[in-house]
Design a protein around this ligand. Sequence first.
Ligand SMILES: *Cc1c(COP(=O)(O)O)cnc(C)c1O
Length: 344
Amino acid sequence: MNENKMIVDLRSDTVTRPTAGMLEAMYSAKVGDDVFGEDETVNALQDKLSDLFGMEDALFCPSGTMTNQIGIKCFTNPMDEVICDETAHVYRYEGGGIAFNSSASVRLLYGDRGRLNADLIEPHVNPDNVHYPKSTLVVLENTVNRGGGSFYTLDQIEPIYHLCRLKNMSLHLDGARIFNALAETGDDPKEYGRMFDGISVCLSKGLGAPVGSVLLGSKETIYKAKRIRKVFGGGWRQAGFLAAAGIYALDHHINRLKDDHKNAKILADTLQSLPYVKSCMPADTNIVIFELDEKHDPEEFVEKLSHYGIKCNTFGKQMIRFVTHLDINDAMIDYTVQTLKKIH
Ligand SMILES: *Cc1c(COP(=O)(O)O)cnc(C)c1O
């Protein structure tokens, strides 16, 4: 079935392996004890990203879940309420962390493929009344994972930013794939720095670093964040070896993200034409989410593709997700297209 033994891993953009150049950068990194603030490569990564987004300070952490959870804890007090979309990673995929780490409740909204707008949020901001939890934080995700990689433009975020200022709420961005959004919109990252109080950026998704995310914020926020990272067990030592991979990723892997988007579109175009596919979300960036018809069991479909060396995940009822990334090349896309056409 899979004569050439090609493996096409479309499960996630987290599966990438460091390139030779990235490994070289890691090997030669100058390191120190980051809990003492003495790792110069970690400091360089933090400076590089805070400069890029025009924010005062940054904190390198082991995962995007940790940067989001630290951000949420910085911007809320126990008994507060966080407003986000029902598809949000911070709600769905962080193990109930908002309740556990921040003792806050959540108001879920139903946006457009995971994207909120000010009119949708406004009626759900609680009035100052002893019965209600205080609405103190709005979290946006860009791009939206469960929205099939949908993204916001700046004009869509601006009114949400104004609403947050008006209502005294903080605004946090889960920017796990922010560079995928920026690759499509061409927006200036400093505009994000202006509007958001906290930004979480993943280096281990499409950018291809093995580990790491960075939380961006004001000096005051990051000072607080450092205490929270420590109590979460995320104070690390010679983390510069990992920060070096992050710096390398920012220097070499941003411009190529468009290739992943092109590949995702090729897969989506193919899927749309197939009889066993009921619907496919527009592939706006590097994520393709599609729905199988009732005759096809999604678990069996994943199993069938795996016999051809193509790996993917189910993504809810009848749904399958493909994610393109650095380790997916043109030949793999051709092979996947041919395979999808062949099976039924
Ligand atoms: C992957 C991801 C994260 C962070 O995940 P980690 O695996 O903890 O690094 C956060 N938000 C979104 C939207 C993601 O896709």
